[in-house]
Design a protein. Structure first.
Length: 282
């Protein structure tokens, strides 16, 4: 190629995926650190998250308490570190249950069709007809305030979205060439569904589930903030934010650091989901 032709070539446009890759690396690093916190919170704080120290109540950042203390003198770093296991662990559990139930429900409805599909999807429509968070609040209140109630309530309102996603994908793939060819070869239905249908929709489910962990975390935090989730003295991010509300003007660190933990986790998971969706191929 001549130098003139090379010089006349328009400059390459700035590519958004390149910037997304940078954000994804940062998000992955933060999520790896979060995983370590969830698995071994004692690495980040040797203090007991339930230990009271009234003489140190509402102390600011210091060498003894890097993130300050709460109204009972408990170390905030320890409570955030140990609270990650409750907040993030429950969020993961909610999404796993929703994915499993939605995957099974949507696959059965989409594959067999007919009256079974109509009946199953009307049940899904009944759940989707209610505002999800309001329904989750009602279920959690009926079950009694606890993290278990929150997990059950949110999983109950989360799975219909996956069921509808999977059902639509299964219907689209059911008549595709490779599925028809597998049926013509006499392969068992279970094998066709597993190897020729589900493997092609797993990426879409994975993208949604990755981001949904962050949304579930915010929902868990919100329900705990409303008094329907974790109860004192359990360390949990939403409960920490709820307890800090009365000290917002006198102890800024009390609300700031649990809120920052929730924000960074949710944003990192959202970025990771976008990055997975932007990757080429299935």
């Amino acid at each position: 190629m001549s130098a003139a032709a090379e010089n006349s070539r328009p400059p390459r446009p700035w590519r958004m995926p390149a910037l997304l890759d940078v954000f994804a690396v940062v998000a992955i690093v933060l999520l790896v650190l979060l995983a370590i916190v969830v698995i071994a919170p004692g690495i980040f704080s040797a203090r007991n998250p339930l230990a009271l120290e009234i003489s140190a109540r509402l102390h600011g950042l210091s060498d003894a308490h890097p993130l300050g203390t709460d109204e009972l003198g408990r170390d905030l770093l320890a409570r955030i570190a140990y609270g990650a296991r409750n907040s993030v662990g429950v969020s993961l559990l909610i999404v796993v249950i929703a994915v499993v139930v939605g995957l099974v429900w949507g696959t059965i409805a989409g594959w067999f069709g007919g009256w079974l599909d109509a009946m199953m999807m009307r049940i899904v429509d009944m759940f989707l007809a209610f505002p999800a968070f309001v329904l989750a609040m009602a279920l959690a209140a009926a079950l009694g305030p606890s993290l278990t109630s929150v997990a059950i309530a949110l999983a109950a309102v989360w799975w219909p979205g996956y069921a509808r996603l999977v059902r639509g994908s299964v219907i689209a793939l059911r008549s595709s060439g490779h599925v028809v060819a597998a049926q013509a070869q006499g392969l068992p239905t279970s094998r066709i569904i597993w190897r020729h249908v589900l493997r092609f929709i797993w990426r879409d489910v994975n993208v949604r589930a990755t981001a949904d962990v962050g949304y579930a975390l915010m929902a868990v935090t919100a329900l705990s903030f409303l008094g329907l989730g974790a109860q004192s003295p359990t360390p949990e991010w939403g409960l920490l934010i709820r307890s800090s509300a009365a000290y917002f003007y006198t102890a800024w660190w009390y609300m700031a650091f649990p809120g920052l933990a929730v924000t960074l986790t949710a944003v990192s998971l959202s970025i990771l989901g976008d990055w997975i969706a932007a990757r080429p191929g299935r």
